[in-house]
Ligand binder design. Structure first.
Ligand code: NAI
Ligand code: MG
Length: 357
């Protein structure tokens, strides 16, 4: 039976880059069925709900969701809640994963081969929403919540990912996967202490994957200066939010950065960038981040498919990745990469190259 993919373009350039990703997926001829749904600011203005219940139901029923971007107002609007934040919560998408890949041409002295992924816990930590003020507003307090359950499941995601990335590297002499557990347990002894202990426990179940640990401040420095030392990084919510943006400095910037939001039963894929109102409607948005999401989406479907189908799906996700790398290297480039190509030209080039692989 075909896989059902719910497509939510959203606002702004979401409506330009998501159709590009869908076109790439359609060109694979894999058994995929696309359903489209509404969400976002335009949707809120039209129907009074930024995430209509039809959209939420369709997301629950789909095998995967492809999400563009939404333009959230930066001032409070009665009745408006960010649909992406709601979707993450309603679908219990507890793992946020951002892969970063950079393979610059040789000769550039600053060139570094970067191939890493940041795995961020997405439901608790300092973002648990437990904030209050005391002393009549003179003191503000946020509680940091770390649980065994959430730490264990995010650590498993990281070690499984390291294993899958090792398998995808194929060559017998490829280095083993490595998970770096990032925390600040020397100061946050209880919360980071629990996260660290549980992650190191989970590591015991993955003898084929190396595990090491690093304090979050040192990790930020190493990400900025020695990104090639990392494979998979796993960390708590706030640290992961910041470190994943640091990592994004590699990999060609916002126009190229895809992300996955995974839960036990659901999965949603979205470019890291937003609705980009400054370039929306001009047909010049870089589609490579959204197309990168299409590759991540196929990896996810492969993990749910029978062995035969899985290898066919994985072959296509690898072709998409290689085609994205090719177009990134030789063009045609959209203006954010210094070229003058339209979204449609870059997309057509990815599809054309993918079909030669
Ligand atoms: P943004 O990511 O939309 O844009 C930042 C800058 O990067 C802009 O100059 C934009 O033109 C450029 N850019 C982003 N993606 C690009 C692409 N694919 N190709 C070429 N250039 C690209 O972030 P910003 O400006 O902070 O937010 C704009 C709107 O998007 C806001 O309403 C914000 O709330 C929303 N937003 C939504 C997100 C989501 O849906 N997950 C994430 C971030 C922002
Ligand atoms: Mg962020």
């Amino acid at each position: 039976p075909p896989f059902t993919i719910l497509v939510i373009p959203g606002d702004g350039i979401g409506r330009e880059v998501i159709p590009a990703a869908v076109a790439v997926l359609q060109a694979t001829n894999l058994p995929l069925q696309f359903v489209e749904a509404d969400a976002g600011w335009d949707c809120f203005q039209r129907c009074g709900d930024a995430l209509p219940h039809e959209t939420l139901d369709a997301a629950r029923a789909a095998d995967a969701v492809l999400f563009g971007a939404v333009a959230s107002p930066s001032y409070p609007v009665a009745g408006y809640r960010s649909p992406i934040v709601r979707l993450r919560r309603e679908l219990d998408l507890y793992a946020n994963i951002r892969p970063v890949f950079d393979d610059p041409p040789p000769g550039d002295p600053r060139a570094r081969r970067v191939d890493l992924a940041v795995v961020r816990e997405n439901t608790e930590g300092l973002y648990a929403g437990r904030e209050r003020v005391e002393d009549g507003g003179a003191t503000a307090i946020a509680e940091r919540v770390i649980t065994r359950r959430a730490s264990e499941r995010i650590a498993r995601v990281a070690f499984e990912l390291a294993r899958a990335r090792r398998a995808a590297r194929r060559a017998d002499d490829a280095p083993p996967g490595r998970v770096t557990i990032v925390h600040k347990a020397n100061v946050l002894r209880e919360t980071c202490g629990l996260f660290r202990t549980i992650a190191l426990d989970v590591a015991q179940a993955y003898p084929d994957v190396q595990a090491d640990e690093m304090l979050v401040d040192a990790c930020a420095l190493h990400l900025a200066t020695r990104p090639e030392r990392f494979d998979v990084i796993v960390t708590t919510n706030l640290f992961g939010d910041i470190l994943s943006d640091v990592a994004c400095a590699w990999g060609g910037g916002l126009g190229l950065a895809p992300s996955a939001n995974l839960g036990e039963r659901h999965a949603l894929f979205e470019p890291v960038h937003g609705a980009a109102p400054d370039i929306a409607g001009k047909g010049i948005a870089n589609p490579l981040a959204a197309i990168g999401c299409a590759a991540l989406l196929l990896d996810h479907l492969a993990s749910r498919a029978s062995p035969d189908t899985a290898s066919a799906i994985r072959a296509w996700s690898e072709r998409i990745r290689r085609a994205v790398r090719h177009v990134r290297a030789v063009g045609p480039h959209t203006p954010d990469l210094g070229g003058d190509a339209a979204t449609s030209e870059t997309t057509a080039a990815v599809i054309a190259h993918m079909l030669t692989l």
